[in-house]
Design a protein around this ligand. Structure first.
Ligand SMILES: [Zn+2]
Length: 207
């Protein structure tokens, strides 16, 4: 990629909110075999009794693992005061790395971020998918389109950069799943896949 060009193309990510749910995992597993999907996975929360072994068994199979931090609970993404949000991001990334799962992307739960979180994400070498608009840049791949927004956008001329996302639990609903597969097929025909790792390579100065 030339140094000054704005990266164009498409990226798809999934927020794995329920990685321990057998049905959600099975559906996600089928999707990733058909499409390149960045897997922004929520680490297990031991304080809610989530099974770390089963989580690791699944997470270790991910080709494109990323970190999706929930600060409050498995079902409450954003921080609710007290704890230091950036510290949790660091702790979760390190926990994953120590167990052989190397996250390369990050998305804050509930789209939460702050200056300290952004600095920590950059320091950890993760590509930040939390912003909701703007161009792709070294270290940042903003998430631009929900499932519904993607379906509508495909009816018009597409912007040069599209980062579509869905949740693992979206796949449990047959009509949403079918709509997503149809949209991703069309997206794949109309855009080239952006090398989601290019931002990492550039920020590390290896290319
Ligand atoms: Zn979430």
């Amino acid at each position: 990629m030339p140094e000054n060009s704005v990266p164009s193309g498409s990226v798809v990510s999934c927020h794995l909110e329920r990685p321990l749910d057998d049905d959600a995992w099975r559906r996600f597993d089928a999707m990733r075999r058909r499409f390149d999907v960045i897997a922004l996975i929520r680490p297990p929360d031991a304080s809610y009794g989530e099974d770390e072994e089963l989580w690791l068994e699944r997470a270790r199979t991910l080709d494109l693992p990323g970190l999706h931090t929930h600060w409050t609970s498995p079902t409450h993404a954003r921080p609710t005061g007290g704890a230091d949000p950036a510290e949790r991001v660091r702790r979760e990334a390190e926990w994953m790395r120590e167990r052989g799962v190397e996250p390369r992307w990050f998305c804050g739960g509930g789209w939460y971020s702050d200056d300290a979180v952004r600095a920590t994400v950059a320091e950890l070498g993760l590509v930040d998918c939390t912003p909701r608009c703007g161009p792709a840049a070294p270290g940042v791949l903003p998430t631009t389109h929900s499932l519904g927004q993607l379906a509508r956008a495909l009816m018009r001329r597409l912007p040069p950069y599209v980062h579509a996302y869905f949740h693992d639990y979206d796949l449990l609903d047959a009509s949403r799943r079918i709509a997503l597969i149809a949209s991703l097929r069309v997206l794949g025909m109309r855009t080239s896949a952006l090398d989601a790792s290019s931002a990492i390579k550039k920020s590390h100065g290896t290319r």
